[in-house]
Design a protein around this ligand. Structure first.
Ligand SMILES: Nc1ncnc2c1ncn2[C@@H]1O[C@H](COP(=O)(O)OP(=O)(O)OP(=O)(O)O)[C@@H](O)[C@H]1O
Ligand SMILES: [Mg+2]
Length: 256
């Protein structure tokens, strides 16, 4: 077994948002999707982002991941301020430092599982670390499916390919927007287990948006958003604890 190569990472913070705001539209149709959000995502930590529909979860993730622009505040990935980057540099940073797992798996239908897993590195002209990729493939249990195309794989297997693709290049941080939202509970539990193992065993940093208290319980930390603000945080969450907290928010929402 190889050792976890996290020593090259200079700081303990993988990503940081400071006073981050995002406003859509103008005048009467203006929506404040994020309202001065400050949050750290630390290295080798698994964070879940929860909150009601429309609370700003996806917006937060997209802004921190450099997929969307923000109105004010700042975001850094490692030591790099996203606001200081030109479009081309931002594209490069996303490609080199960030892994994505979306609800729709975004696999290329004409490529095999193996080709999909290494595609981002092939595009970037980077040589995959074969040993590492093997380890990832073993972890997600895809060894005997590598020659299959997405259409020949189950939903859970496709999602595992998406997880392996995100892990393969050893990105600084992986973002998932409801990465298990389309899976049955068993496949979902598997994928969540892989994500947690990647944090524990590989030192990976993972940030995941989810509506599901059980999914959130796999994380080291849950942050709760409401109306574009962080309203609460829980460490070492249990599913029941998360559920209780969500109920408390609902009750507060009804009485205010
Ligand atoms: N392109 C857009 N134009 C205008 N408003 C937007 C746009 N995208 C999002 N919003 C608004 O910003 C707010 C936050 O949206 P966001 O998608 O971040 O919510 P979310 O917490 O991810 O919700 P869900 O759980 O439903 O996915 C919502 O009020 C939404 O209507
Ligand atoms: Mg969303």
């Amino acid at each position: 077994m190889t050792t976890t190569p996290i020593a090259h990472r200079a700081t303990a913070v993988a990503a940081r948002a400071t006073d981050l705001s995002k406003v859509y539209g103008q005048g009467e149709t203006q929506v404040v999707a994020l309202d001065r959000v400050s949050v750290d995502f630390r290295q080798a930590e698994f964070t879940a982002i929860m909150g009601p529909s429309g609370s700003g979860k996806s917006t937060l993730m997209h802004c921190v991941a450099g997929l969307d622009t923000f109105s004010s505040g700042s975001v850094r990935i490692g030591d790099i301020e996203l606001g200081s980057l030109k479009d081309k540099q931002l594209t490069q940073l996303r490609r080199d430092k960030i892994g994505f797992i979306f609800q729709a798996f975004n696999l290329l239908p004409t490529l095999t599982a193996q080709e999909n897993i290494t595609l981002p590195m092939d595009i970037a002209g980077r040589r995959p670390d074969k040993e590492w990729v093997q380890r990832v493939i073993e972890m997600v249990g895809l060894r005997d499916r590598l020659g299959h195309r997405p259409a020949q794989l189950s939903g859970g297997q496709q999602q595992r390919v998406a997880v392996a693709r995100a892990l393969a290049s050893r990105p600084e941080i992986i973002f998932g927007d409801e990465p298990t939202g389309n899976l049955d509970s068993r496949s979902g539990a598997e994928v969540l287990g892989f994500l947690r193992n990647s944090v524990r065993e590989l030192g990976q940093t993972v940030v995941m948006v989810t509506h599901d208290p059980v999914a959130a319980s796999y994380a080291d930390r849950v942050i709760f958003l409401a109306d574009g603000r962080i309203v609460d945080e829980m460490l070492s969450p249990s599913a029941d604890g998360v559920l209780d907290r969500m109920k408390a928010f609902d009750a507060k929402g009804r009485t205010s």
